[in-house]
Design a protein around this ligand. Structure first.
Ligand code: PHE
Length: 343
């Protein structure tokens, strides 16, 4: 019997020497220690039938043999970097992976872009840092014109590059700065919208921000009319807010359009009945627009009277507030996950 144990010991050592990977090692483990047919396991099964004297004589050596076999196999296993505890429990619940999603302002921006894209508008971007020439002068707002005060401006302490027209460098206060830039480089007819950030030197409160997402648009051609503008903006608002929304144009003033207007939509929060968001009027002003002033076309190098066009510009937060029923503009920039997760 002891001799048999001795042979098994030798055989294990020999088998282990030939092992070259974890799979082969598993075979060796099963051969000797496998629960059903392992050689050593079987000896233990036999042990139950031995008489007491035999049990006393061979029980301890057999136990030793088993321990030795386990140690040898375990040690070899370590060489392959496998430990016995690597068993994977597939029933354990995984940690949920947090996936990102779009910010409500981005969502509404994409939606509006899609509507304009469907109407054949191009989508373009422009510089956030610009000169006072494109942001004001070329829009018929000369230096010292009181209209410059309509938008509190962040001026930057930077020198204007030599070949750039203008006097000061600033953060654009609207994307109307792209009107003359774009007009210079394209020949009408064209229709374009330009989304992006704009900056105003304003104190933060429930309805004002200093940095916000804005969209400018303009259409220029030979015979573009005010009616084209009214139809286009009404169509876009209905696409975004649903067919029941009402729009109206109110006279307004911007030096770069003539006539100028503001578009108001029926308040979606109170459905026109009057609430705090619409200041009890049932209407909310959401964009500035108008027929492009010939003076602007002149700055772009177009001949007086050759083209007509309309332009419009709006902040996206106001629209997002209407669409999602949000009453405080600051929520958009606070990055509170409890708020953002709802979109
Ligand atoms: N730029 C204007 C603003 O920021 C909006 C506007 C754009 C008005 C185009 C008329 C035409 O308030």
């Amino acid at each position: 019997m002891l001799e048999q144990f001795e042979n098994i010991k030798k055989e294990i050592s020999k088998d282990l020497k030939n092992v070259s990977d974890a799979e082969a090692l598993l075979k060796v483990r099963v051969k000797y220690l496998g629960r059903k047919d392992g050689l050593i396991t079987k000896l233990f099964d036999d042990l139950k039938n031995w008489d007491l004297a035999k049990k006393k004589e061979f029980g301890a050596p057999l136990n030793e043999l088993k321990k030795l076999a386990e140690t040898l196999v375990d040690e070899t296993e370590k060489q392959f970097g496998v430990t016995q505890n690597t068993a994977v429990d597939f029933s354990v619940q995984g940690t949920p992976v947090l996936s990102g999603h779009l910010h409500p302002i981005t969502l509404i921006q994409k939606e509006i872009e899609k509507v304009f894209w469907g109407l054949g508008f191009d989508i373009q971007l422009g510089p956030e840092i610009d000169s006072d020439f494109y942001n004001f002068e070329a829009l018929n707002i000369p230096e010292f014109h009181p209209a410059r005060d309509m938008q509190d401006t962040f001026y930057l302490d930077l020198a204007l590059p030599k070949n750039q027209p203008g006097k000061h460098v600033l953060l654009r206060t609207h994307i109307s700065n792209m009107q003359v830039r774009y007009m210079k480089e394209h020949k009408p007819p064209y229709a374009v919208v330009l989304p992006g950030r704009v900056f105003r030197n304003e104190a933060l409160d429930a309805s004002h921000e200093h940095t916000y997402q804005y969209m400018e648009g303009f259409v220029v051609g030979k015979d573009i009319t005010y009616a084209n503008m009214a139809w286009t903006l009404d169509y876009v608002m209905k696409e975004i807010f649903g067919q029941d929304v009402k729009t109206k144009l109110l006279p307004s003033y911007f030096p770069f359009v003539e006539p100028g207007a503001e578009m108001a939509i029926s308040c979606l929060i109170c459905k026109g009945k009057g609430c705090s968001v619409c200041k009890q009027t049932g209407w909310v002003e959401i964009l500035g627009c108008g027929m492009i002033h010939q003076k602007v076309f002149e700055y772009a190098g177009y001949k007086q009277g050759e083209y007509q066009g309309f332009a419009f510009g709006f902040g996206l937060s106001r629209l997002a507030m209407m669409k999602y029923g949000i009453s405080d503009i600051r929520l958009f920039a606070e990055n509170d996950l409890r708020f953002l997760k709802q979109f």
